[in-house]
Design a protein around this ligand. Sequence first.
Ligand SMILES: [Zn+2]
Length: 248
Amino acid sequence: MTTDEAVNSPELKPLDWSSWRRVLVVVAHPDDPEYGLSCAVNRFARAGVEVRYLLLTHGEAGIEGRAPEETGPLRAAEQQAACDAVGAAGLTVLRHPDGMLTEGLDLRRDIAREIRRFRPDAVATIPFDREVPWGVNMADHRVAGLAALDACRDAGNTWVFRELAERDGLEKWQTSAFLVCGDARADVAVEVEKQDVDAGVASLACHRVYLEALPDHATPEDLVTGVAAAGGERAGVDNAITFRSIPL
Ligand SMILES: [Zn+2]
């Protein structure tokens, strides 16, 4: 393919998010949104979209040599700072056990409850395939992504988790888009500006204590700018964040 052809026919189509008002990010751990997704969050937030995060765990098992009782609150605080760095409007951190997230109705109900409460146009998560380009995916990531997808359907079904409506007054809600950021089968992209990439770098850097315990980890700058540039190349722009869009 010549350069001209590459520019004229990018591999990924632009994601149409022009009508969105609310986006819910659902992930297992603090730092999970910070490998590209948070750049798109910053872009959405700048346009007036309300973005909230739902974390299923406190990431309390994520730092070797530091007790979970201390790590959990510390990582939740680092995530709050990361949310602030990209203009996310809210953060909810549940108490499912880090490293031991299990598929099941309790987890799906907890996510469906937040979906009905917030009524997002789109739910976004990170890859939940068994195998990802960087190796075998973590158990919590495999569970969290699938549970988030299932919960989108649950939240829109009158007869699933009836107690959410009957006891909690949360009427059903149909989310229209489900997005997996950085998925190997990405089909759409969100163009981001340099300021969005910079905010994304800052959001990953907010996980300071977590990253200090991982000395071989790439720097936030190298990692996030690399993700955005690679996405941009596939989308025919300078910087972009890629998503697999799953119809609901
Ligand atoms: Zn994680």
